[in-house]
Write a protein that binds this ligand. Structure first.
Ligand code: G3P
Ligand code: MG
Length: 247
């Protein structure tokens, strides 16, 4: 995990808007733009293979139909996960977590692996992702940061690979955020900046908890969050760091 130097810029869904989200092309785009860290979402296929995809269903980002969790990996692999973004990415495949890990290592990138379980698969997803990271991550290399909106998924990841740090992810931060973080041994708190008020922000920053905000696509908002003590920003705009003074 990183040393929380400020600010930490994270390419959202691999490469923001520069490439189809959650693909290897996206991770390449994030790296090419100079990001040191990328975030991507991981879900299980029906036969338990962890793959990079955001939605529970296939329609928005692939040419498939129906629930991700209703398809075996072999069927997911035949889908086109690039054409929706543009013809330059036609035929881009849904990657496995294993492929993404190999690419991260090849590109010398840090990662926030968001565990995104399909409904009813929280513990299995957390367990499988953690098992794969524990098995494939090279010794001595900075570990990835897990995160999830799903408490049970993170709890299962902790049980399987307690050494991999966890960030607790919220849309709006609930009042019991401290209790949840303690229960999971979480090292960071991630939330939607548009649902974060100044008082809650000051509470978290004042408690010394690394606070990471998604999805920040405007330079003035990014600068304000950084000035208020936010440590990390997920962005879709790969040129945003260059627009923010001091970054
Ligand atoms: O992990 C930060 C962010 O990716 C959470 O929202 O819906 O884009 O996965 P989402
Ligand atoms: Mg995500």
């Amino acid at each position: 995990m990183n040393d929380w130097g400020r600010p930490l810029w994270i390419a959202h869904r691999g490469g923001g808007r520069a490439a189809p989200e959650n693909t290897l092309a996206a991770i390449h785009a994030g790296a090419a733009a100079g990001f040191r860290m990328v975030e991507f979402d991981v879900m299980l296929s029906r036969d338990g293979v962890p793959v990079l995809i955001h939605d529970d269903t296939l329609e928005r980002t692939t040419d498939g139909r129906g629930a991700v969790a209703a398809h075996d990996f072999a069927a997911l692999r035949r889908l086109d996960a690039g054409s929706w973004h543009g013809p330059a990415f036609a035929g881009e495949a849904i990657p496995t977590l294993g492929e993404a890990i190999d690419l991260l290592i090849g590109l010398d990138l840090d990662a926030n692996i968001e565990i995104k379980p399909a409904p009813g698969h929280a513990r299995a997803t957390g367990d499988t992702v953690a098992r794969m990271v524990a098995a494939r991550w090279p010794a001595g290399r900075t570990l990835p940061l897990f995160s999830s909106f799903d408490f049970d998924a993170l709890d299962a990841a902790r049980a399987r690979a307690p050494e991999v740090p966890r960030g607790l992810l919220f849309e709006a931060v609930p009042d019991d955020w401290r209790t949840q973080m303690r229960a999971l041994g979480a090292v960071s708190l991630h939330c939607d900046h548009s649902r974060l008020d100044a008082e809650r922000l000051a509470d978290i920053v004042g408690a010394g908890i690394p606070l990471l905000c998604y999805t920040v696509n405007q330079a003035d908002r990014a600068a304000a969050l950084i000035a208020a003590g936010v440590r990390g920003l997920f962005t879709d705009c790969l040129d945003l760091p260059g627009q923010v003074a001091g970054c």
